[in-house]
Design a protein around this ligand. Structure first.
Ligand SMILES: [Zn+2]
Length: 327
């Protein structure tokens, strides 16, 4: 039995038809974890959908109203890049409920997973890039509202920049100086680090610069990686960004967005990490959090490997890494 909880429901399946987003991956990760003996049935908790009140902690009443009444404009649906349906709305409310539960469990057990979520391209007033509702932001705002945390940090390792996260928490940014100079620019002079201090939520995003989203609103720390970067460079950048972040900000919770799409065989990514490198990435984040005694809530975000099994392996390995480090 794992020393932490995995939040999962068959209802995480996104009813989007044939799509580059492998909507079946959640169930496949669940099954893989059981089949390989990494987890057993009792390690899983079933979430309840978030309440509308929870969703409204992040999203605008107008947007929520449009989703609940199926009245998105054609342009808004196009921007979301997944076909609207009431069932899809239910799946996103459930994913947000899963992230709330995962955050609560993480605060008790040091770490917890939502075997889903990580919809970091959702904005308060619109959806984008396969994301309707920003489940991670909803979970953070709910934990703050319940006085369970004051400050959170997002560590977003999806290959695409966390534009929704940056926009949602931009209002809490306070003026500050630049990052302390680091050795990162020596490691790879072509990668760029942009930074701004944060208020109650500090956002870190490591992503491929030449990729969606075309406009990248500033996170607290953005690491704009060049195309084709491999395991060692990536891990050095990650280590650097997280260390910098934790030097200037002490979170009560880390929300790790563990996208599988920095993988070298990803259809929507242009980085070159191996499956082993992605596991080392997970271990790095977990090791830092464990050393500083900061609870971690994990969500999965994207993953578009040519072979869906690889995406499932990468996501399952994240649980495996946690089971070793927190075992
Ligand atoms: Zn992505």
């Amino acid at each position: 039995m794992l020393p932490f909880k995995l939040i999962y429901s068959d209802g995480y399946y996104l009813p989007i038809g044939a799509h580059v987003f492998p909507a079946q991956k959640y169930q496949q990760i669940h099954n893989r974890l059981i089949e390989t003996g990494v987890a057993e049935a009792s390690d899983f908790l079933t979430p309840q959908p978030a309440s509308d009140q929870d969703i409204l902690l992040v999203h605008t009443p107008q947007y929520v109203q449009k989703l609940k009444t199926g009245t998105l404009a054609a342009r808004e649906e196009m921007e979301m890049e997944i076909p609207f349906s009431p069932e899809l709305v239910r799946a996103f409310w459930l994913a947000a409920g899963g992230s709330i539960l995962a955050a609560e469990c993480a605060l008790k057990d040091r770490i917890a997973f939502n075997i889903g979520g990580g919809f970091h391209h959702a904005f308060p007033d619109h959806g984008e890039g396969f994301c309707m509702i920003h489940d991670v932001a909803v979970a953070i705002r709910r934990m703050q509202r319940d006085d369970k945390i004051t400050r959170a940090m997002t560590v977003d390792c999806d290959v695409h920049q966390g534009n929704g996260t940056a926009a949602i928490f931009a209002g809490t940014r306070i003026p500050g100086g630049p990052l302390p100079s680091t050795s990162a620019s020596v490691l790879n002079p072509s990668a760029k680090v942009r930074s701004a201090h944060a208020g109650d939520v500090f956002t870190i995003s490591l992503h491929q610069e030449n990729n969606y989203p075309p406009v990248k609103p500033p996170s607290s720390i953005d690491v704009d990686l060049p195309d084709g970067i491999g395991d060692d460079d990536y891990l050095a950048w990650l280590d650097n960004a997280v260390s910098c972040g934790l030097r200037q900000f002490e979170p009560d919770l880390i929300c790790y967005i563990a996208g599988a799409d920095p993988y070298r065989e990803d259809q929507l990514g242009g980085l070159a990490l191996t499956i082993e490198g992605l596991k080392r990435r997970d271990e790095l984040v977990f090791r830092v959090a464990r050393a500083r005694n900061i609870p971690v809530m994990v969500t999965y975000a994207g993953g578009y490997a040519l072979r869906v099994e690889d995406t499932v392996t990468i996501h399952s390995n994240t649980v495996l890494a946690a089971s070793v480090l927190f075992g």
